[in-house]
Design a protein around this ligand. Sequence first.
Ligand SMILES: C[S@@+](CC[C@H](N)C(=O)[O-])C[C@H]1O[C@@H](n2cnc3c(N)ncnc32)[C@H](O)[C@@H]1O
Length: 239
Amino acid sequence: MGRRWQRERKREHFYRMAKRVGYRSRAAYKLQQLNRRYGLLRRGDVVVDLGAAPGGWLQVAREEVGGEGFVLGVDLQPITKLPYNNVATLVGDITKPETWGHIKTKLPRAANVVISDASPSVSGVWEIDHLRSIELARAALEIACQVLAHGGKFLIKVFQGEMLDEFLTEVRQKFAFVKVSKPIASRKGSAEVYVIGKGFKPTSVVLRKTEKLLKTCKISSTGASVRSPMSEKCIRDAK
Ligand SMILES: C[S@@+](CC[C@H](N)C(=O)[O-])C[C@H]1O[C@@H](n2cnc3c(N)ncnc32)[C@H](O)[C@@H]1O
């Protein structure tokens, strides 16, 4: 049995299962597997799904958050409506700041989870596809930073390549726990991997903490008052 044959068989297996169950994509199984492994989606969560068409991940996310949660799907392509009041969709380019604004206005409150399966249209040239995928991944990270609540979670697809490490460093600055994973529903030979981030650390919290420490040290955030060796230590600790 050739490797290629086995890969095709696996693809076919998830494709058939998705058809049977009524999922709009076999990608739905990737989210299910990653969710089972990393505990990303919970009842009542607000979830933003980027690159969501045709809607397989939206279906899985809705199953997990239930009737009390809310799921927003965003894609360049229109997404056929799902039969739930708490699933909304938006046509937009996630790399464009105006889309970020639209996403925020659609959410009932800060999001608990941002997931992104967005893929560039593949050129077949590994480096180009990798760079485009990193551009989408950075846009997804930016959106996550704008909409996630403190402690929120992040799951994003990215094509492997030389910029991946740099991207992971950026994710690590924002999340307490970061992992790279490949679900079994993803083809072994494909360049895609999924980056998981948990424990979102909003910058504003860091700033608030800094301000609080500066207050304790009796120094204004503009640094206007006289600095003593003690206050200098406080500033160092606060940074
Ligand atoms: C692999 S599909 C997503 C499948 C989806 N997770 C599902 O389960 O049905 C990738 C999607 O990314 C979308 N996409 C690519 N670039 C985008 C962009 N700049 N903004 C929004 N969506 C984008 C594509 O239109 C495509 O629908």
